[in-house]
Ligand binder design. Structure first.
Ligand code: PEP
Length: 251
């Protein structure tokens, strides 16, 4: 059965003390609360071990926001999937548009990162999404499906079933402009159909597809009510426990 997931992406925000405070606040709120989705927080690398040790990771999964495209060795400044795993983190966000744009992450690099992540037994949260010009040209479905074809659709069925997809239209990230509920559903449905065509209807039905882009407590319920939207990848609104919990409560 596919899971509903609300995952936070803290990006490069919060120093260690601030991050720990946010994670423990969230942990305290969710401790005795009935929730109807999986919850994940994507912290900077240096927070991972401290955050994972301070919270109940059965209730709140911990995610890295990137990983090295090499397993180990002389790659100064890089962080491997084995290092991430050793912190207690269970997820890795990959292919975020900011990494594609600012750090020139290509499909080839992402394929290596996805493979290493899966080999380490971690769950990739694989991001895809189109820029505004592509949306304006009306070619967004082909563009985003192609991003998947070049990367995660090359995985075996067994491996693909371990991947969480996050659709994040770039024009909606951090802009305050959210995709309408209809726009989100239309893309998620197209992605599910593409997964069915590449693997099978069963695999498509089991895949969690999250929406990301200015999702907040006030619009989460409407977005998550769509049959093909299985939760959200949340940037700005994951930086305040109250807002993030408001989104979790949308399920
Ligand atoms: C993101 O970058 O993953 C994101 C969804 O950001 P925001 O929620 O701030 O738009």
């Amino acid at each position: 059965m596919r899971k509903n997931i609300v995952a936070g992406n803290w990006k490069m925000n919060k120093n260690l003390q601030e991050g720990l405070a946010l994670a423990t606040e969230l942990d305290g709120i969710l401790k005795d609360k009935e929730i109807n989705c999986d919850v994940v927080i994507g912290t900077p690398f240096i927070h991972l071990a401290s955050v994972a040790a301070a919270i109940d990771t059965d209730k709140i999964g911990v995610s890295a926001q990137n990983c090295a495209d090499k397993a180990s060795g002389a790659y100064t400044g890089e962080t491997s999937v084995e290092m991430i795993k050793s912190t207690g983190a269970a997820y890795v966000i990959l292919g975020h548009s900011e990494r594609r744009e600012y750090y020139a992450e290509t499909s080839e690099i992402l394929n290596d990162k996805v493979t290493l992540t899966l080999e380490a037994g971690l769950t990739p949260i694989y991001c895809c999404g189109e820029a505004l010009d592509i949306r304006e040209a009306g070619t967004q479905n082909e563009f985003v499906i192609n991003q998947l074809k070049e990367t995660v659709f090359k995985l075996s069925e067994e491996d693909f079933k371990k991947v969480v997809i996050a659709y994040e239209p770039i024009w909606a990230i951090g802009t305050g402009v959210t995709a309408s509920s209809d726009q989100a559903q239309e893309m998620h449905k197209a992605l599910r159909e593409a997964i069915a065509a590449n693997y099978s209807a069963e695999v498509a039905d089991e895949t969690s597809i999250l929406y990301g882009g200015s999702c907040k407590p006030s619009n989460a319920k409407e977005l998550f009510a769509n049959p093909d939207v299985d939760g959200g990848l949340i940037g700005g609104a994951s930086l305040k426990a109250e807002d993030f919990v408001g989104i979790i409560d949308a399920f």
